[in-house]
Design a protein around this ligand. Sequence first.
Ligand SMILES: [Zn+2]
Length: 310
Amino acid sequence: MPSRFSIRDCLPAYSEDDCAGALFAAKWPHGFRCPRCSHPSYYEVSSRGRRLFECRSCRHQTSLTAGTVLEGSRTPLAKWFQAMYLMQIGISAKLLAELIHVTYKTAWLINHKLRDAIGQWDLERPLEGTVQLLGEYYGYEYHRHLGSPNAQQSLKPQPVVAGGTINDAEQFVHLKIKAVDGPEGDGAARRDTADGEEAAERFVQLHVADGHTTILPGGHHGRSALHLAWRDAVRWLSWTFGGIGPKHLQAYLNEFAFRLSFRTAALAELIGCCGSYRKITYRGLVGPRSGIRPLMWRFRRRARHERNAV
Ligand SMILES: [Zn+2]
């Protein structure tokens, strides 16, 4: 695929020093602070080839990556920064592994740790102002003809709500796309009442701090920025990853929304996230997560039926 070569060609060659400087600024935007006593000055010491910061007051030693998303990683900083750079495009772990010369597992972990930092960032920043909402489904159209029956089971349609604030140029100031938890238990009757409005209300409770919301009509013909963003998200998930199951769907949606919210500033923001959030462990990533429960097929059919009736 020719596109692979063009990505590789434009991959910046960061130096470890530049990366260390950028991570330092992200971790301590107001200058060094001792994590134990908050003292603002340090000695630089080196221990077994590692660069450490020793507090001038309490002698506590800390490293640049401690308490950041990169903590404990043996991957060079420059590769982490290249991975962050590539997250502006949104590539698979397989391609990332190839481009920055790490194993698939390392690439997968880096991508997911970055997504987790984005998720933590997102949790702390609710939408404000004039918020548009759109209820959609992920999965049905795109996987109907693909995969084994088992794979299809895990790819049942996931109800998703997208919400965003938009500037005069129809660009997102802030976009969130959230998979909606299915209703508890197996109550088929309840499921019928779990309609778009209920999901939208829940979204507002969880993700909108202060503002006035409008719900856009769903469907494949919408031309609003939200409709287009949702279709782009689905296309990205299908073409880059061959579709995403319910377990990690939210992490990918967070990544996509982050990219659209920041556009050209996404890399700088991502570096900021990495310096200020703790890493998630491998176990935390692969372990069972309370998350999205698949809904029944008829939920989708009902929605489609309604759409045709309009
Ligand atoms: Zn100290």
